[in-house]
Design a protein around this ligand. Structure first.
Ligand code: MLT
Length: 411
């Protein structure tokens, strides 16, 4: 009989979001008349904008004609898309990138996981706590960790607590680490890092020969000036950071699938003999072998995000979600609930009222307000006593959810 990958058995029973869905469907089966409002998983609800749809349709029509049909594309993505992104999304930040440094993919979740392919298992990894579960679980899956302890911390991962007490700005790891995951604007806490804070991380990585995995999936939701959108706005980041971006939340592509990874040419890692090798080459090799690129119509649609018309339409949708975030943040604050995030990110991270545990609050909210959120403890032990609400809902639903919560907590 074939041997399985034992590392999978170290994982907690279910991925967080399917577990929430399971509980919600149990509830809706038992309470078919309850009008449940879902502010749990950060999934978009607004349709694709017209300029994107038009390009998407044109891409499909091209596939119908011999002269414009596209078979396999470059595994790295079409250069016309990459160059558009460099021009429209990075140049305005003062960041120069080469076409060969950007890789288009089917989403940043996959890239954050797949990137581990090009790093040795001996690397020590530091992740946030709470954290986007993919960073933790994929390290368990590849065998970098031991078992989890009773709190849920895996042996051989360094956890960096993000809590209200440290203002969601964790201290540097006490022990030497080789890879540091940073996500700003942060999922799940919705908080951001200033330029000075990111500079400190870059300096730390450079002086410790560490690589930063910078997840910028939510950068389009930054509303305050001066907050970095890319790690490459920081001097020295080209020598120490890989950046992941996503069209999922920015342009409503959760069901379309498109993301990107930047691996600058200067970024090196060493072989077992101490020889330095460019990670760009390795990632290129990995993608060429294991990936066949994103479909042509999807890349056409992604390019349209950056047309003048497309960006204006996309921005309107982002503003709509950020208005939802304001409604949630201010409504909950008025109900006496401590809230974080929601200003530069589509997530509101709240302290559970009356000291409830995250899952108790989840059950109470579902059973008494018919509102679904995400228990903070699902993102890591330091998330216990916190709860995440997503701003990606419909306006009417968001207003109803906030009204129900305010009614419940009496304000
Ligand atoms: C979330 O809710 O944290 C995200 O939707 C998950 C994801 O982007 O994969």
């Amino acid at each position: 009989m074939a041997r399985l990958n034992d590392n999978y058995l170290k994982l907690k029973a279910g991925y967080l979001f399917p577990e929430i869905s399971r509980r919600v469907s149990e509830f809706t089966t038992a309470n078919p008349d309850a009008k449940v409002i879902r502010l749990g998983i950060g999934d978009v609800t607004r349709p694709l904008v017209p300029a994107v749809l038009k390009a998407f349709h044109e891409g499909v029509d091209d596939m119908a004609k011999g002269e414009s049909f596209h078979g396999y594309g470059p595994e790295q993505g079409y250069s016309w898309l990459i160059d558009t992104i460099i021009d429209k999304a990075y140049k305005p930040l003062g960041v120069e990138l080469k076409t060969s440094e950007m890789f288009i993919s089917d989403g940043s979740k996959c890239d954050c996981a797949n990137i581990l392919d090009i790093f040795d298992l001996s690397n020590k990894v530091a992740i946030g706590d709470p954290v986007y579960p993919v960073y933790n679980d994929t390290n368990v899956m590849v065998g970098r960790t031991g078992e989890a302890d009773e709190k849920g911390y895996y042996e051989n991962i360094v956890y960096m607590p993000y809590t209200a007490e440290n203002n969601f700005a964790p201290a540097f790891p006490e022990e030497k680490v080789d890879i540091i995951y940073l996500c700003f604007p942060n999922n799940p806490t919705g908080t951001v890092a200033t330029k000075e804070q990111l500079k400190a991380w870059v300096d730390y990585a450079l002086s410790n020969d560490a690589v930063i995995f910078f997840d910028a999936a939510y950068e389009a939701f930054i509303t305050e000036p001066g907050i970095p959108h890319s790690i490459y706005e920081i001097e020295g980041a080209r020598e120490c950071a890989i950046e992941f971006r996503s069209f999922s939340k920015t342009a409503g592509f959760t069901g379309v699938r498109c993301g990107l990874t930047v691996v600058p040419e200067e970024l090196m890692a060493t072989t077992k003999n101490g020889e330095k090798v460019a990670l760009n080459k390795l990632w290129n090799r990995r993608q060429s072998t294991k990936f066949n690129g994103v479909s042509y119509p999807v890349q056409k649609a992604a390019q349209a995000v950056y047309s003048e018309e497309g960006w204006a339409q996309v921005k309107e949708v982002i503003d709509y979600y950020m208005e939802n975030a304001r409604i949630i943040r201010e409504g909950l604050t008025a109900a006496g609930i401590d809230c974080y995030g929601g200003v530069n990110a589509p997530y509101i991270w709240l302290k559970t009222p009356e000291g409830m545990s995250s899952w108790d609050f989840f059950d109470k909210l579902l059973n008494e307000c018919f509102v679904v959120g995400t228990p903070g403890s699902g993102f890591g032990p330091s998330g216990e006593g916190y709860f995440r609400l997503s701003a990606f809902g419909d306006r009417e639903n968001v207003e109803t959810a906030v009204a129900r919560i305010r009614e419940k907590w009496g304000k």
